[in-house]
Design a protein. Structure first.
Ligand code: HEC
Ligand code: HEC
Length: 490
């Protein structure tokens, strides 16, 4: 018995142990060199990172005032701060994943927290909830309450604010691909109270909102006049600059003119790199944990000799506890694409599979993962022979819009080959979400300059061709039908 008990312990211990997330050794070769500079972006040392305390606080739903359960507000005032992830209760990898699901869905952005009585009152006023998308319990996607030592604060969801998928029945799946589901709900305004401007000026202390916006995207070694103009005046509504389409967001280091698709995190396990341009390696749960920290302030924004932030802004000011980050990493690694419950008839899928092979799709979207995990070159990029990822580089370009991969601070020079698993759930395709369906993707008309992209069009909503990825563009109608049937079964 004792022996069996010991075996049991040995089998669960390694997975239950909490690794140190911000680890100097692991960070050394984590970020990908910027193509134009040939250097990896800088990062905080573990000593700098751990010099501030880690946050680990449970958050609570903000309900549409007409749906708030009776007595909820008073009950909330009486709660004591609780950990979002309680590491003491975790015994196995499964426990980490379960805790991680809660953390991924409920995590709030530390820079959004506010005790401002005016904002709190607004979050309880039905006026602020017009067109808000309601979850089945009557709560909203945007704001969350956080019980802190200083009392109840208003905040906003972090990961799940963007990583939210609506299926055709209008059901919400956090972590799934963002975008517009034709048959889904049309009103999906996430937030009751918009805390973004507040968070921006906190993230970039000393900056006006416009300066903060400019700083998010400016590229000192290759300035884009459209980004530089933002310092002086808002050239487009903030909505179009951040979220030009329900499926995109212009993250720090990207650009409002080269937005990125909010991708399906349920298939991240098939990636060897993170982000469309492979900005970081993806070696497992710990790298995903690091990435969650990175997008939340663990980022000094230094690129060789170029510093984006002022000395005051370059100090790390917030971080999540390691157990919160690791739980999220383990959870994301545990996910997989859902199977299509209504696949096309087998004969059609089989015919499609043959076309998939015949057209050479398999060389890049290689089964069984439907990606080789490798990196293609953005049009115009020649990587040095001694590039650290030389083994993973396919010396081919699919010639999609090279702007993100060459001109932004996400500019590694690469586009990773995405997995096609679960592609049937995506309503936005390509790194910039410009394509809205598989039909559009394999329609040669999308190449023409007068095409109106079904997905992201650019901040000005322009007509433009969607270049590149020329594969499968000259199929007959029948061949296309079978190829799509096959793709929708993956
Ligand atoms: C403001 C919107 C937003 C928030 C908040 C957000 N993400 Fe993302 N996320 C994105 C976008 C957009 C991308 C694509 C970036 C790119 O390709 O360069 C992305 C990419 C990713 C990727 C890479 C996926 C892939 O296929 O390479 C991971 C992993 C990820 N996010 C995890 C998280 C986690 C964990 C959180 C919470 C800590 C989070 N994100 C918060 C918008 C967001
Ligand atoms: C040379 C490698 C290569 C070949 C061959 C190739 N692809 Fe791709 N595919 C890519 C890359 C790289 C992307 C992402 C490009 C981007 O985002 O800019 C992509 C994107 C896609 C997407 C969009 C996925 C998404 O979520 O954005 C689909 C669908 C797709 N490919 C299907 C196919 C099919 C079907 C074939 C064959 C007819 C094929 N591909 C051939 C490399 C390839």
């Amino acid at each position: 018995m004792r022996f069996l008990g010991l075996l049991f312990l040995v089998s669960i211990l390694p997975a239950a142990e909490l690794p140190r997330i911000w680890d100097d050794e692991a960070l050394k070769d984590w970020a990908t060199p910027i193509a134009a500079l040939g250097v990896r972006p800088g990062h905080y040392s573990a000593a700098e990172y751990y010099a501030i305390p880690g946050d680990n606080l449970k958050t609570y739903p903000v309900y549409h005032p007409n749906h708030e359960p009776k007595g909820y507000w008073d009950w909330l005032q009486k709660q004591k701060p609780q950990p979002l992830v309680d590491a003491a209760k975790i015994r196995s990898a499964r426990d980490w994943a379960t805790a991680g699901e809660r953390a991924f869905e409920d995590l709030d952005n530390l820079l959004f927290r506010t005790a401002d009585p005016k904002l709190i009152a607004r979050a309880r006023d039905p006026e602020a909830f017009k067109n808000a998308y309601l979850l089945p319990d009557g709560s909203i996607i945007g704001n969350r309450w956080v019980v802190t030592e200083q009392g109840v604060m208003l905040s906003e969801r972090e990961c799940s604010l963007c990583h939210v998928h609506f299926d055709p029945n209008g059901k919400v799946h956090f972590g799934g691909p963002a975008g517009v589901e034709p048959a889904g709900p049309t009103d999906r305004n996430p937030a009751g109270v918009d805390l973004v401007p507040l968070a921006y000026t906190r993230f970039f202390p000393g900056d006006t909102f416009l300066q903060a916006l400019w700083r998010s995207y400016t590229v000192p070694w290759n300035p884009d006049p459209r980004v530089e103009a933002l310092k002086e005046k808002l050239t487009h509504p903030p909505g179009a600059l951040f979220v030009g389409d329900p499926g995109t967001f212009a993250r720090f280091h990207g650009s409002p003119w080269a937005q990125t698709k909010v991708p399906d995190l349920r298939v991240i396990r098939y990636s060897r790199y993170i982000d469309a341009t492979a900005t970081h390696r993806m070696r497992g749960a710990e790298d995903l944990a690091r990435y969650a920290a990175f997008v939340n302030g663990a980022d000094p924004m230094t690129f060789g000799p170029h510093e984006i932030l002022t000395p005051e802004q370059r100090q790390i000011r917030v971080r999540y506890a390691d157990e919160v980050l690791y739980a999220i990493g383990v959870y994301l690694m545990s996910l997989d694409a859902p199977r299509n419950p209504n696949p096309a008839p087998k004969s059609l899928r089989d015919a499609g599979q043959k076309i998939f092979q015949r057209e050479g799709c398999v060389t890049c979207h290689t089964p069984p993962n439907y990606t080789s995990g490798k990196l293609t070159l953005a049009q115009g990029f020649k990587p040095p022979a001694d590039h650290p990822y030389a083994e993973d580089i396919v010396h081919l370009t699919v010639a999609t819009d090279p702007e993100l991969a060459l001109r932004t601070r996400k500019g590694t020079g690469f586009y990773k080959i995405p997995t096609l698993r679960g592609v049937w759930t995506r309503t936005r395709l390509l790194h910039d979400a410009s394509v809205a369906s598989l039909e559009e993707m394999f329609d040669p008309a999308r190449l023409k300059p007068d095409h109106v992209p079904g997905g992201w069009k650019g901040p000005a909503g322009d007509r433009r061709g969607i270049p590149g990825h020329p594969f499968g563009l000259s199929l007959t109608a029948e061949e296309k039908r079978s190829l799509l049937a096959f793709l929708r079964s993956l």
